[in-house]
Design a protein around this ligand. Structure first.
Ligand SMILES: [Zn+2]
Length: 268
């Protein structure tokens, strides 16, 4: 099983450049995406698709960065992507769904509920035009086989790879990290469970940038600003910090973590 690390959405925020870290997992019979970044329709119609938050994030919106174009560059086609697993439904994570209209979307039940019934504040982050193609959505509660001792949704319905949805809450109502077991070890895509690795209280496995930098200060503040539950958010940091050293943890947006992981040979 091969895992590719893709950046599907460079953004230029006041705190500096960030990425939209997406995994492309090759299983025996299909491709599975973990998150999807921005999609072609976001590039073409950013105002309608992303609303004001797209401008706040400074999304570059380069067609070559979309998951569909990168899947094609690897020699696959859109129909090979049969499943997309979403850490959450924020606009910078699910814009690519509409480029794979036949793929099933796997998401925590609480997150799907939030996206369907957003509060006034949540309407800024959840952009229903991004799922107006009406995909098949498979929802989960964390009562499956545990992952690393944590409650999880596992296995995923009809996916022939060891993937798990691990609730790491606070950023949104149903935010999860996504665990992927590869032959080379365990990956944990932590989504937006943290923005700057310093909040984990240890050097992240793949990025050691200190907090007292412009980037560190901006993103620790930004994380508080956009979280729906600060207590759960901090509990999530502690959960991630306590994971065994052999778990490779990375967030959706840290460019240093992305650069390190993307430059390594694809994990099998
Ligand atoms: Zn995000």
């Amino acid at each position: 099983m091969r895992v590719h690390h893709l950046n599907c959405g460079t953004m230029h925020t006041p705190g500096g450049r960030i990425v939209a870290h997406v995994l492309l997992v090759e299983t025996a019979d299909r491709l599975v995406l973990v998150d999807s970044g921005f999609g072609l329709a976001d590039v073409r119609e950013p105002g309608r698709r992303l609303g004001p938050f797209g401008r706040v994030l400074g999304a570059e919106l380069d067609e070559a960065e979309t998951a569909i174009r990168q899947v094609e560059a690897l020699g696959f086609s859109a129909s090979d992507v049969r499943d997309v697993v979403a850490t959450h439904f924020d606009l910078d994570h699910i814009g690519g769904l509409s480029d794979f209209p036949h793929a099933r979307v796997h998401v925590a039940a609480a997150e799907w509920q939030a996206a369907q019934h957003p509060t006034a504040r949540e309407r800024l982050r959840y952009r229903s035009p991004q799922w107006a193609h009406d995909p098949t959505v498979v929802t989960y509660t964390p009562d499956g086989e545990p992952w690393c001792g944590l409650p999880a949704a596992r296995p995923l319905d009809g996916v022939d790879a060891d993937l798990a949805l691990v609730p790491v809450g606070g950023h949104t109502r149903g935010h999860v990290a996504v665990a992927v077991q590869t032959d080379a070890g365990r990956l944990l895509h932590a989504g937006d469970a943290y923005f700057h690795p310093s909040v984990l209280g240890r050097a992240s496995a793949v990025s050691g940038e200190p907090r007292r930098t412009r980037r560190g200060l901006f993103f620790t503040g930004f994380e508080y600003l956009v979280a729906v539950d600060h207590g759960l958010m901090r509990a999530g940091h502690r959960t991630l910090a306590a994971l065994p050293d052999d778990v490779t943890v990375f967030s959706a947006h840290d460019p240093n973590e992305f650069a390190r992981l993307a430059s390594a040979a694809p994990a099998r």
